[in-house]
Design a protein around this ligand. Structure first.
Ligand SMILES: [Zn+2]
Ligand SMILES: [Zn+2]
Length: 96
């Protein structure tokens, strides 16, 4: 039984404050707030980093996916091949 999944998106940590006024607020300010939305079943799963996200963050570019660059470099060709394969399969189904 999978429980309710939360969106795995964590915003990037804020830039470190300058030393001048860092002392007072450092501990409170450092914690980036996570997305509070519920992850979308299936469609919210990122195929690149295998985390689950809400509808807003499910695309790699929207959750700053750690695997996005590798995907852009290596994945496009493979993805294009995959799409072409799916089209071929679809055509066969239609033909039959
Ligand atoms: Zn989210
Ligand atoms: Zn991802």
């Amino acid at each position: 039984m999978a429980g309710k999944k939360r969106c795995a998106y964590v915003p990037p940590a804020p830039a470190p404050a300058s030393d001048a006024d860092a002392d007072a607020n450092t501990e409170v300010a450092q914690q980036p707030e996570r997305c509070k939305s519920r992850a979308v079943a299936f469609a919210g799963d990122c195929s690149l980093c295998e985390a689950s996200f809400c509808s807003q963050h499910r695309y790699p570019e929207h959750h700053d996916c750690p695997n996005r660059e590798a995907y852009l470099k290596l994945g496009q060709e493979r993805f294009a091949n995959k799409l072409m394969g799916e089209q071929t399969v679809a055509r066969k189904i239609v033909a039959v």
